[in-house]
Design a protein around this ligand. Sequence first.
Ligand SMILES: [Zn+2]
Length: 191
Amino acid sequence: MLTLKEAEFLEEWKERRIIEMLTLENTVFLKKEVSADVRCSDGRQSYEYIEEHWHANPQNDHNGWYGGPAVFAKSYKGYNEIGAILRVENLVEGITARGINSLILWWHLPCGMLTSYRHKPEEIITLAVEAEIFLRSRMKDVEIHQCLNIRRESKKAGVHQSHRIFCFNPWAGIKNSFSNVGLLEQSNGTY
Ligand SMILES: [Zn+2]
């Protein structure tokens, strides 16, 4: 459950365009006939929601494991280089065999794995940029899209969960940050 303070920074992220509400225009990639995704195993409910409400193609190829795309981020505290390389090699093989050129990275908050490694929720921005850099360097002709699901719980009337799903542009979160200049350099000025 997100605390009040965390909910406040999400408002700030909207203002900075790090997250954007889904619209018909910015969800075109969800409806592609064939695409693949990377998702965290403990965030399953959000995918059902997006398939139902945003008509995402349920036939997409799913790649799920604990931590989801975070396993490709070097500052993820559970990062394991051999594990990341094995996973990306499998992804590249699979999407090449299937003729897929669109990959969706699904993030979610709160995430059991990020919490267990004591990552602060806002660190997801750096993790998402690092994961994208890692994947882009190994799959040049594949579009990469990112989404973020935020789950809020309210105990006012029993336990009620609500999902909010956003287009996630973590690059907007590091552009003006001096400490992240290295990440921008790694992106070769693409962003
Ligand atoms: Zn998770």
